[in-house]
Design a binder for this molecule. Sequence first.
Ligand SMILES: Cc1cc2nc3c(=O)[nH]c(=O)nc-3n(C[C@H](O)[C@H](O)[C@H](O)COP(=O)(O)O)c2cc1C
Length: 184
Amino acid sequence: MTRVTEIGADIDPARFRTVLGHFCTGVAVVTGHDGRAPVGFACQSFAALSLDPPLVLFCPAKTSRTWAVLAESGRFAVNVLAEDQQEVSAVFGARGADKFASLDWTPAPSGSPLLARALTWIDCALETVHEAGDHYVVIGRVTALGEPSDGRPLLFHRGRYTVTEPVTDELAALMPWPRPDDWL
Ligand SMILES: Cc1cc2nc3c(=O)[nH]c(=O)nc-3n(C[C@H](O)[C@H](O)[C@H](O)COP(=O)(O)O)c2cc1C
């Protein structure tokens, strides 16, 4: 039987993580530059937000060292990771001295690092920041876009990396939403 948690009941942090982990996402690395060194962190909480004007969002922990740099510079880039970039995610998902040590990158128009072999990228200017519990909700205005890619994305589900199996054409034909990009 499905267990329903009462509204107002205390939420156990371990259970919160477990249940929310069922929501599968891609993995991005959000990067920036303070004029001296590149910074970046692995980020699941990235989403497209608005087409007109073109906005995206992500949610850094208040403790994020990368966020401190991005907040100061007012610029960031989002790198969408490919399925073979688990190691890149692991490096940027941990507090390391130089996360860029063994990685090639080039600057986006904003100067923020674009990681080699990422699927694509979104370059942004900081628009608004909302406080939300132990995180911020950061909204960015898109200023430049990378090229589309045929590569497959890295996914994160229930605390583990996973990769996609594309649906077959027959299955796709049964889906009721013929243009899945229509909502934006
Ligand atoms: C797959 C994955 C997704 C993550 N998503 C987020 C996220 O959305 N927001 C966040 O604050 N941290 C997220 N993290 C954790 C940060 O990447 C991690 O705390 C990192 O060490 C922060 O580095 P910084 O302090 O240099 O910014 C994620 C980590 C991984 C591995």
